[in-house]
Design a protein around this ligand. Structure first.
Ligand code: IMP
Length: 414
């Protein structure tokens, strides 16, 4: 059986506002899946007027999507996942639609500790992501299936022994309390969340169909919600200042367990900010070095890490990088976010870099002077048209605020 897939991918360094877009679009889908990353991500969503950050759970959980899968390409921390699920329960969200693949790897307190010890090198989120993916590649990691089959205590002991052969003892020094909390959280996940096998999407009548409304005549539609972004991709980003997973649409099939014929690269929504931010270390050619200006944009755009609370570094849009990200990701639709942030209250002018040249624009006013809502007019229209011309394509949707309807949808989006 086949599936129709739409992928959402960040075209910069993460934090492009993918959460809002995914939340907005997900209601029409049968399945929503996270195919990469783990609790390093933080998709910020306004839900019933409240700000909510989803770290590993697909945003379709808030939109009544019947299946929300944490896929085989993800890693997750049982304690954080438990907390995330419990906060959804408190909001009255139906958590029976959350599924996790047995092949997803599990972050243990050891990996968190190791990440903290190694963090200085590139400024990771410190959630244990890199060590967990590394141990998976080393064949000493732990996936959810192993915990189901062999029991948590035994598997934890085995992991500790394997790691002891690689790391100094002091790097594995985790408190008994953390260890207990981990074991207890794993048990809680095993008891409360749907766990699915490698073959969830495979075969003539795949298991996933059991969870979709019966009597459907169309192929199931999947929304693959990318975490991090092209420039943080483990291979194609600014290595070594990258994350540990593959963030491109080409990783969707393996990261979700979809059959190879499900073409996740055919319908790709590429999301980028009207400016650019980056957390952690690494090159940033258009970074704004004027501290007070960067600070003003940071405050206006709420540019603080949704997972770590760290200040995001702020810079201008880099069209060379954006061109690269569009090409390598195969984005078929472009969404520009946070255009409202660059208003005259915040910036004296707006810069863009392309082919070694800098271009200057007046600050934007995305509200119509006639009082009829948002629109592409005045100085923002000049910026918008310049970018479309330089990219030789349309920007299909512009987001101008955190709320669902703060959007300008261009005819090309339809
Ligand atoms: P890690 O993914 O925690 O190993 O961190 C590696 C790099 O990716 C660091 O620079 C992080 O700040 C960055 N990073 C990881 N996840 C995200 C994200 O979801 N948004 C933005 N940056 C991220």
């Amino acid at each position: 059986m086949n599936f129709i897939v739409t992928t959402i991918v960040g075209l910069q360094y993460g934090d492009e506002g993918k959460g809002k877009i995914a939340h907005q679009l997900s209601s029409g889908y049968d399945i929503c899946v996270r195919f990469n990353g783990g609790p390093n991500a933080g998709h910020t969503i306004i839900y019933k007027g409240q700000k909510l950050v989803l770290h590993v759970i697909p945003s379709g959980v808030l939109a009544g999507v019947p299946v929300n899968l944490i896929g085989p390409g993800c890693v997750f921390d049982p304690s954080l996942l438990k907390t995330e699920i419990q906060s959804l329960m408190m909001l009255g969200v139906d958590i029976s639609t959350i599924f996790i693949s047995q092949l997803a790897h599990v972050i243990s307190p050891y990996e968190r500790k190791i990440d903290a010890m190694m963090n200085g090198k590139i400024g990771t989120t410190g959630k244990g992501i890199g060590p967990t993916y590394a141990h998976k590649a080393h064949r000493i990691g732990v996936n959810l299936g192993m915990l189901c089959d062999r029991g948590c205590e035994d598997v934890a002991q085995e992991l500790f022994l394997s790691l002891s052969r690689v790391y100094r003892q002091s790097w594995l020094d985790v408190s008994a309390e953390d260890h207990e909390k981990w074991l207890e959280s794993v048990e809680w996940i095993l008891a409360n969340v749907n766990i699915v096998s490698r073959d969830f999407f495979l075969g003539k009548k795949p298991e996933v169909l059991r969870y979709l409304p019966s009597g459907r005549s169309k192929l199931p539609e999947v929304l693959a919600e990318g975490a991090q972004a092209v420039m943080l991709d483990n291979a194609y980003g600014t290595y070594p200042f990258v994350t540990s997973s593959n963030c491109l649409p080409s990783a969707v099939q393996s990261g979700s367990g979809l059959p190879g014929r499900a073409r996740a690269i055919e319908d790709v929504i590429g999301v980028f900010k009207a400016y650019c931010t980056r957390v952690g270390d690494g090159p940033f050619a258009t970074e704004i070095l004027d501290i007070s200006l960067a600070d003003k944009i940071r405050k206006a755009g709420g540019e603080y890490g949704s997972t770590t609370g760290r200040d995001r570094r702020v810079g201008w849009l880099d069209l060379d990088e954006l061109e690269y990200a569009i090409e390598i990701s195969g984005a078929t639709k472009l969404y520009m976010t946070k255009a409202d942030v660059l208003s005259s209250d915040v910036v004296p002018s707006v810069m863009v870099r392309h082919r070694g040249e800098s271009f200057e624009f007046k600050p934007f006013d995305v509200y119509s002077p006639d009082g009829d809502g948002y629109g592409i007019h005045g100085s923002f229209a000049e910026y918008y048209q310049f970018i479309c011309e330089r990219l030789s394509r349309n920007i299909d949707v512009v987001s101008v605020g955190p709320k669902a309807d703060d959007l300008i949808v261009l005819p090309t989006a339809l």
